[in-house]
Design a binder for this molecule. Structure first.
Ligand code: ZN
Length: 219
């Protein structure tokens, strides 16, 4: 499988056609440069050589890191999400235990945009469980929301900048703020929710705020 392809795109501003590189798979261990580009948000953009406009590229990609035993699919198409989920569900029951195809310990995730891919990589690189982080983000957002009577938290992201773990929050009106992420809170949530039956159910791929809300509702 070719890991990268040249694709011709047309600049939406000046209509100049130009070639961009697209990666279908990035191995965090073997392609550290591309991994860095995901983390600094440059893998999914390309500036037009004619008018210099920075154009965003949205394309699917499989990120893996065999050392950490993770696979993260960046998928835009709903049909493709179903396809991947079905494949793994099927392989779980049909492929024998000793098959190399699916490692039961491998953490497989699906993300729907490049910001979430970046976030997942930072979570796993920081040694955290993304399920606990999703629950923690809800707690951070809830407590920040109480101080914002006239605005609404629209999104929260885990990030690791200069070796500091943070929760970044963005409001509907466009404000952004950052909280330092507390290891104590993580440990408390892990004690409370880690290893619960409903938590360890079938491999789940979309670990996000909706997943965390559903889990909390079930308690
Ligand atoms: Zn252009």
């Amino acid at each position: 499988m070719a890991m990268r392809n040249k694709i011709r795109i047309k600049c939406p501003k000046c209509l100049n056609p130009y070639d961009v590189e697209q990666w279908s798979a990035v191995n965090g261990d073997k392609n550290p440069q591309q991994k860095l580009k995901i983390l600094n948000d440059t893998l999914f953009s390309a500036s037009c050589p004619k008018c210099a406009k920075e154009n965003r590229l949205g394309y699917p990609l499989l990120y893996s890191d065999p050392k950490q035993n993770i696979m993260i699919w960046l998928v835009f198409d709903d049909e493709e999400v179903r396809h991947i989920t079905d494949y793994y569900k099927k392989s779980k029951t049909e492929i024998s235990e000793d098959s190399d195809d699916v490692d039961p310990q491998c953490r497989q995730r699906i993300v729907r945009d490049s910001d979430r891919l970046r976030e997942k990589i930072m979570i796993f690189d920081s040694g955290f469980d993304d399920k606990i982080i999703e629950i923690a983000k809800l707690a951070y957002a809830q407590s920040a929301q109480r101080k914002l009577p006239n605005d609404k938290i629209a999104a929260a992201f885990f990030s690791n900048e200069n070796a500091e773990n943070r929760i970044e929050m963005f409001t509907e009106s466009g404000s952004a703020f950052v909280s330092k992420f507390s290891r104590d809170i993580y440990d408390q949530l892990e004690d409370k929710y880690g290893g619960k039956a409903s938590y360890a159910e079938d491999r789940v791929y979309l670990i996000d705020d909706v997943w965390a809300l559903n889990l909390l509702r079930s308690f």
